[in-house]
Design a protein around this ligand. Structure first.
Ligand SMILES: [Zn+2]
Length: 91
């Protein structure tokens, strides 16, 4: 069976190719190394997901990012609270 974008996204995460650069209440930015070795930048800003790869439909990179993040706009958790708790755990 052919691997679809969603399956590829899961694999990109499993293979450690997705690196999250920044997450805050307004924006997510990340980079992802595609199967051909190129590095794509992607993220979430102004209520939109974006990726600079040439895909016309939702790409595997965005599926990968969405697997490990929650869009700030539709977060059901309080992101500030979550980050504060994480800081406490880390200290
Ligand atoms: Zn992409």
């Amino acid at each position: 069976m052919r691997e679809n974008a969603r399956d590829r996204g899961r694999r990109l995460v499993a293979e450690g190719r997705l690196v999250i650069r920044r997450v805050d209440e307004a924006e997510i930015t990340a980079v992802c190394r595609g199967d051909s070795g190129e590095i794509y930048r992607l993220g979430y800003r102004d209520s939109r997901w974006w990726c600079d790869c040439p895909a016309k439909t939702q790409c595997a990179h965005l599926y990968a990012l969405q697997l490990v993040t929650v869009a700030p706009g539709d977060a059901w958790v309080d992101l500030d609270d979550l980050l504060r708790r994480e800081a406490e755990v880390g200290s």
